[in-house]
Structure formats: structure tokens, C-alpha cells
Design a protein around this ligand. Sequence first.
Ligand code: DGJ
Length: 374
Amino acid sequence: MAHKFQFFVLFFFCIFILKAQTSKQIIPGEIWNDNTGTHINAHGGGVLYHKGVYYWYGEHKIAGKIGNTAQVGVGCYSSRDLYKWKNEGIALKVDETNPESDIAKGCILERPKVIYNTKTKKFVMWFHLELKDKGYDAARSGVAFSDSPTGPFVFLQSFRPNTGFWPENVQPFHKKPVADWVKPHYCGGKGCLPAHVDSVNILGRDFKGGQMARDMNLFVDDDGTAYHIYSSEENSTTHISKLTDDYLSYSGQYFRVFPGRYMEGATLFKRKGKYYFIASDCTGWAPNAARSAVAEEIFGEWTELGNPAEGKDSELTFHSQSTFVLKVEGKKDSYIFLGDRWTPDNPIDGRYIWLPIKFENDAPKLYWQDHWSL
Ligand code: DGJ
């Protein structure tokens, strides 16, 4: 009898340990449930660390192809350990009442990121915005703010970056008249421009109306200066723009980087005084080989380091696309690659590919792991 009892105690103890261990694991590509037992719905997301808590913001998708447009808004989840996530609800809602609103229900609202401004004490959200029923032509940035990390965020404005400003590294040919045939159109893939971007001068075309901004990220440097990093010039070229001190607008100072390299999903982070960049190629929702680069100064010179992914499926970045790089607080030299495995036919089912970044000769590397812990 006593033996039987000991056996049951041991059995339940093992189950308990096993359960505790699985809840302390990151399992890329699996369903990740929140505290309510529902698959986390925060795609194209980014994470803010504030006062001991991680806040994960992302696109709240719904089922079916309509879910590729914004029907709900930006979701927020909180966690203290990066394993267990509490659903904090919708931080920024689309406008359901005013079809004229920039963020009217049915617009395209992608890749939201939030940073905290220590001077104004506001949480500031930026996102890529496409106006309802206009495809991807608007190529705008949207800005919202809140007093609380979980929202509600108040929509402030949407606009194109740096209207009437040339980048610091403008070339003489950018200031020449632009050919009539350089018309704006959605460029969803690599090589969609008829010639190299520098010969068609998209930058000059958009000088007066503002530069295009699609896939995007935010980065706050050690001195509190914030930057917006985004695919511009029909996705052909990345721009890095310094924001105003309140983080609500552009300062007018910006640089073009990687001209003609067609990058999307840009992420930027700092390690040991150097700036690192991980992004994707430009192939719509389909995965491709990631890119990486390093620079001593945020505005460059940037040196490309190639695809950080290694091994099987590395040419597809393990079927994912970069969305953010998260520095783990309190853990030395710990950075996590955050990627999306998109499912555009049923976007709500999109999965998250989070992998630890290893550094080999100071170059970021990604290796597939079925499961891992910090
Ligand atoms: C790839 C981008 O990275 C996504 O954010 C989204 O804009 C899709 N393209 C649309 O095709």
C-alpha cells in the first residue's frame, strides 16, 4: 500500500516538473497560448520593457483573408518572464464609426512598435499605415500615444516622412527633375522598379509629398534619441530617420541606407557599442533569406554581414520574417530574434518564430531550435 502511495506521489511530482518545464520554454512555430488559453494574436510585433514587465504589441488579425486588413487594432500582452503572457486587450482600436478616419476599420495597419519617452512620460506607438481601399499606395507612418503601456492609445496623425527634407547623404542626381514615368505604385517584390532606384530617383519624386514608409521599426539609443527605420522608395531603400524629442514626429534628419537592396522587416539593435541590423528580402508574405549588417554609427557606414540564419531552411529564415530584436533585461549578451511565420490565407493562425541570437566573430547568427529557454 505504502509503495503504491509513493508511486503516485512520484508520478504526480514528475507531471508537475514536466509541466513547469514546458511552460518555461519557447517553442518556435507552435500555438502560443495567453493566460486565457487563446493563441496570442500580436503579429508583426515588437516588445517594450518597462518597469520589470515586457509588453508585446502586434497586429490583431482575424480569420480569413479579410484578416490581412485591420478589423480590430493593435493587441497588447504583458509578461514578466517572456514565457507566460497576459492578454491586456486592444491597445489601439481602429475607428469603427468614421469611414473617413485614417485608421478606419479595414485600413492596413502593420508592424506596430511602442517606445517610452522619459521626458513626456508618454508611451508612443508608431505603425505602418495604408489607407482603407487604397492598397499599399499611401505608404504612411501612423503615430499614437498613451499614458499607460497597455493603452488606450490615442491616434495622433498619419503622414509621409520628411516632406521637403533631403537626407544627409543626398546625391546631386536626386535634386534633378524626375522623369514623368516614375509613377507611384505598390511594389510588393524585389525588382519591381524598371531600373536601379538610383537611376529612377524615387527620392526626388517624393521630396515634396514625403518619402514612402512601409515595413518599420523603432530604436531608442542610449542617449534617449529615437529613430524610425523603414522601407522607403518603393521598398528599394531603407531610411533611418531621427525623431523629435517627444518621439511624435520626424526631426527632418535622416539617412538612406542599403540603396536598391529591397529590404523589409527591418530591425535595429545595439550591442557592445555597435549597431546591428537584421531584415528580410522583399517577397511579399513569402519567406526569404534574412540579411544582417553592422555599423559603428547609426547612420552608417553599414557593412552587410549576410544571412544570419544557418543550417536547414536558413535560406527561408526557418519560414519566418524578422519583426523585432529583443534585448533580454538583466541577462548578459542576450538578444532574441522575433519573427513571423505568416499565413495570409488565414492570418489569425500566423505563428511566432523566436530564436536566441548567437554572436560569432561579432556577427549575429540564428540556429533553429525546436524548443529553448533563456
Ligand atoms: C511583407 C511585409 O513585411 C509585411 O509587413 C506586409 O506588408 C506584406 N509584405 C504584404 O504583402
